[in-house]
Write a protein that binds this ligand. Structure first.
Ligand SMILES: [Zn+2]
Length: 269
């Protein structure tokens, strides 16, 4: 028996939030959705059950958290926070509908590279991620209501023209990039479409440089970068209301959400 309505809502946070919203009838279906290119969720649904798995094709371990809420399902509530090695695949949940009922479920998930975190030094000064003479205005501060809340509460956006040189705010190693997207806009559907650079720092935190322009990445995975090094060019890709750079520094968590952001102090704020 097919329930009258089965609705799946997914909110996936991977450093920057990614939202996927869709509707699905509970026919026998399998659906694969990939985020950041290398992080692929497979949803399998049929009349009476659903399950979700995650494949980590990044060449580094990740930490994943997930919260599930189901209506007329077993389980009805579920949460996890667990590690997933490079190349690993993990079933995140499996649920069944209660007999003879309409049922639906929703889940939210957050994922973060899982490098050893040695502690955030609040005294450490970062460089601005652009040439200081520009003095670009902050378009969304930490705690900003549009998207800087929850794990991303310490993120900061600067409004700047597309094509502005982006410089490494701190030394580290490039662990992931994307530069092939030309998609972006003010709608939730654009989440996950941004070009980006992630740099892991000596303390295990990750610097996130988001919304870069198409082909606006000039470093490669594995590169060691120094402060002030040109790493890319700003843009307006992904969920973005106007050209800007989003920057935050984050680390993995072993409980609750898979990551947290940290307050960052700059030499030239
Ligand atoms: Zn932002």
């Amino acid at each position: 028996m097919i329930p009258k309505g089965v609705i799946l809502f997914c909110l996936v946070l991977f450093l920057a939030p990614i939202t996927k919203t869709g509707g699905a009838r509970a026919t026998d279906t399998a659906r694969i959705e990939c985020f950041k290119l290398l992080l692929c969720y497979t949803t399998v649904e049929n009349n009476r059950s659903a399950w979700l798995s995650l494949q980590n094709d990044f060449p580094f371990p990740i930490r994943i958290s997930l919260e599930l809420t189901g209506h007329n399902t077993e389980p009805g509530k579920f949460a996890l926070n667990l590690p997933l090695p490079a190349g690993g695949k993990q079933v995140l949940f499996s649920l069944r509908a209660k007999r003879g009922t309409n049922w639906y479920y929703r889940w939210t998930s957050e994922v973060h590279p899982d490098f050893p975190f040695t502690g955030h030094d609040p005294e450490l000064l970062y460089d601005l991620p652009f040439a200081a003479q520009h003095a670009f205005p902050v378009s969304q501060p930490p705690g900003g209501q549009l998207s800087h809340f929850g794990p991303q509460q310490w993120a900061i956006d600067w409004a700047m023209p597309e094509g502005t040189e982006i410089l490494a705010a701190r030394e580290g190693r490039v662990i992931a990039t994307r530069k092939n997207s030309d998609q972006g806009g003010p709608n939730e559907s654009s989440k996950g479409e941004e070009n980006f650079i992630w740099i892991v720092h000596p303390d295990g935190t990750v610097g996130n440089y988001l919304h870069l322009q198409k082909d606006g990445v000039v470093v490669s995975v594995g590169d060691a970068v120094h402060r002030g090094q040109l790493i890319g060019y700003s843009g307006n890709t992904g969920f973005s209301t106007s050209p800007h750079l989003h920057f935050h520094v984050s680390s993995a968590r072993k409980t609750g959400p898979a990551f947290q952001s940290h307050p960052v102090n700059f030499k030239n704020p």
